[in-house]
Each structure stands twice: as C-alpha cells, then as structure tokens.
Design a protein around this ligand. Structure first.
Ligand code: CP3
Length: 368
C-alpha cells in the first residue's frame, strides 16, 4: 500500500503524536491513563443545551463555528484528554443528499425505508459517494476550527478524534427508515436480498470512509467507528456480511501516516459485542468494549491483541462516590492486561448524567 504523509502542519506532526491518547491507542503505556467520554459533547452539558435552543441537530452539525464550540465544551469543563468531533453518524448521508432528520427523543428518521433491491438501486443511483467530497466543506471547516481552538487551550496537546457510523449501523436505520429495537428489517434483508444488501453496505462504507478521511485530512488525530448495532448479529453473519464493509470504511484512512511513517490510530467500537470480540479482526489499533464484558475478559477473546478502550457502566454515574470510585479503579486494573488502555464509559454519556461526576472521574483517573 502506498502511504500518504500528512502535511507538516497536521496535529500528529506538531502536537499530538506524543499525547497520552495517541500513545495509548498505539499500544504504549503513558504515565497517565488517558480518559474521554463517548457522547461527551452533548446533552449532559447545560452549556450545550443552551446553544442548541431553536436549532435542529443536523443544522447545528453543519454550522462550523457552532460545531467547533460544542466540540470544545467538554474539554474545557472536564479536562478530558481528547475532544470528539461534534457531528452525527447520519451527517454524510445528509450531505450526499439523502432526506434525513434527527427527531428529538427518537433518532435518525428517513423519508422512506430502503428495504427492497429496487429501493437500494434508486438510492445508490441518486446519491453517488463522490458527491460527498465537495459537500464535506462545512465538516472540514468545523474540524479546522476545533483544532485551532484546541491549540489555544492546552498548547494543542489534546487530540481531536474523528468518527463515523459503521455501515451496518447506518444500514439498520436506512432499511427500517427509522430507529428500531432489534434491527430485524436489516437483518432480514441480509438473507432475503444478499446482493442488494452487499451493494447497500458498500455504499455506506464509501460514505463513512469519505467522512473519516475528510476529518483526518482537516486535523483529526485518530478515528473511531461506531458499530452501535452490531451486537444484534450472530458472529458468523457479522463476519461474512458486515465486517468486510467496516474494514473498507477504515481502508479510506489506512494510507495516512505522520511524518515518521506511523499510521493514524484506528478505533472500533461495537455495542453488545461480547459474542463478536473473537471474530473482530478488522486490523485496528484499539477496540472499544461496552459495559457488559469486563475489559480483561473481552481483551482475551480478541485475536489481534489490540489496545482497549472503555468501559465503565454508565449506570454507575449516579452511584455514591465510593461505589463509583471502586468501579473506576476496577476498570483501570482490568485495562492493564492490554498493551494500551484509554479510559471511557461502556457507551455514551446519558443525557441525565451529572457533569460534575464526569469531571470527578477524570480527576480520579489522572490521580492514579
Ligand atoms: O460527544 C460525542 O460523542 C460526539 C457527537 C456524537 C453525536 N452522535 C451527537 C449527537 C456522536 C459520536 C454520535 C454518534 C451516533 N449517533 C451514534 C453512535 C453512538 C452510539 O451512541 O452508539 C448513533 C447510533 C447516532 C444516531 C443518533 N443521533 C441517535 C440515536 C440520537 C439520539 C436521538 C435522541 O434525541 O434521543 C442522535 C442525536 C444526537 N447525536 C444527539 C447528539 C448530541 C442528541 C440530539 C440533541 O441534542 O438534540
């Protein structure tokens, strides 16, 4: 594979390569375990809710100034060791022209379900992935602004994490046309129309891959793929019909390296993936673990010996501090089995979380 060296001004070449986060993703043990929280940029913060008044979610994502400000809020407040770019997994679909909105309290809702081979072919014909390249402009601007703001905040040592939705998770929304509990429509399509399914997943991988590449070239120092609904799949189906598309999404950024030839750290996160860790062979640096499987057990099931990320149960955020502190310590201890560990929750911050508890966790992880 030919490599593409990121520009000299890219954060990985100036500020973030020796950060705790990037070091841990690369399988090293910095003095301090880095910590950030999935969904840290969002509804648990009053300053976020204030900014969002009267603005639709996807409009906020496409306003570079606003998106950068929301990205920075949790870094300023909690002192986490990374920012995650404020956006959403359906943004690339929206930018490719697919009619989609995020309904408050519901999630992504599409104009019509894409649940037949004809609907798949019409979708692909109307929205070629190449169309995304120009449309990504507001995303590139928002990433550049976020990186500039991070440079002013702590001398640029905090990396920005870029992200995308995994093809299965996007397809689960597209096929049902809206959120569903068991993702039955998508899982049924795999068996009923395997060829159309493969075309749909490949198209999702193209869009998510372009979304990731745009974020890295604009300044993100690592990327995470959210495979949120993969846990609804049997391992054999995941391996045969889903994993190749997830791997293809990562392929969009695998060639990018810093000026010492080190690739951009890749992180994979699936929810409910206890049955999948044994087949997760996506050639990534770090695997995020949800709250259900203890970190050390999950790591032992993984064939590739990656760094791990996770996995405090979000249900503990409301517990008395001694209980919560012991749980944090337990996660840190179990994380020691892996070559690198990034502390995180086992899923996103719930909207009801007390932000002060999150700050206290950051301080505690840093004091250890
Ligand atoms: O802080 C961060 O993690 C960065 C931003 C981020 C958002 N969504 C912002 C957001 C990230 C990484 C996502 C990913 C995402 N979006 C996933 C994967 C992560 C996971 O939780 O497994 C999924 C499945 C989605 C789709 C989606 N978008 C859902 C289910 C919802 C919730 C709808 C609701 O109101 O209950 C959204 C909306 C969304 N995305 C919000 C935020 C802050 C809330 C919308 C709001 O504030 O009005």
């Amino acid at each position: 594979m030919t490599t593409t060296v990121l520009p000299a001004t890219h954060p990985l070449n100036t500020d973030t390569a020796s950060s705790w986060l990037v070091s841990a993703y690369r399988g090293e043990r910095p003095d301090t375990t880095p910590v950030w929280f999935m969904r840290q940029a969002g509804r648990s913060l009053p300053e976020y809710r204030e900014l969002r008044v009267g603005r639709r979610m996807l409009d906020a994502c496409l306003d570079p100034e606003l998106a950068a400000e929301i990205t920075l809020q949790p870094v300023r407040r909690h002192g986490v060791d990374a920012a995650i770019f404020f956006s959403d997994i359906v943004v690339p679909l929206k930018l490719a022209g697919v009619p989609v909105e995020i309904e408050p309290g519901v999630g992504p809702v599409f104009a019509a379900p894409v649940d037949t081979p004809e609907a798949v072919d019409a979708l692909l014909a109307e929205h070629p992935p190449e169309g995304l390249d120009d449309a990504l402009d507001p995303i590139r601007k928002a990433v550049r602004r976020s990186v500039m703001a991070l440079r002013l905040l702590h001398d640029g040592r905090d990396p920005l994490i870029g992200f995308a939705g995994a093809p299965f998770t996007l397809a689960a929304y597209l096929v049902a046309g809206r959120p569903s509990k068991d993702h039955l429509a998508a899982r049924a399509m795999i068996h009923r129309h395997p060829d159309a399914w493969a075309r749909l997943l490949d198209w999702c991988a193209e869009l998510s891959g372009r979304f990731l590449r745009g974020q890295v070239l604009a300044g993100a120092s690592a990327v995470q793929l959210f495979d949120s609904w993969a846990g609804s799949l049997p391992a054999a189906i995941y391996r045969a019909h889903v994993a190749p598309a997830s791997s293809k999404t990562f392929d969009a950024v695998r060639d990018l390296t810093d000026d010492r030839g080190r690739p951009v750290p890749l992180v994979h996160f699936a929810v409910g993936a206890g049955e999948l860790y044994g087949v997760l062979d996506l050639d990534v640096d770090c695997i995020g673990v949800d709250w259900r499987t203890p970190l050390d057990e999950a790591w032992r099931r993984m064939p590739t010996g990656p760094a791990v990320q996770g996995n405090l149960d979000p249900a503990l955020l409301g517990a008395p501090w001694p209980v919560l502190r012991d749980a944090v310590d337990d996660v840190l201890r179990r994380g020691e089995v892996a070559p690198g560990h990034v502390f995180n929750l086992g899923h996103g911050v719930p909207p009801s979380a007390d932000p002060e508890v999150l700050t206290r966790i950051v301080d505690h992880v840093h004091s250890r």
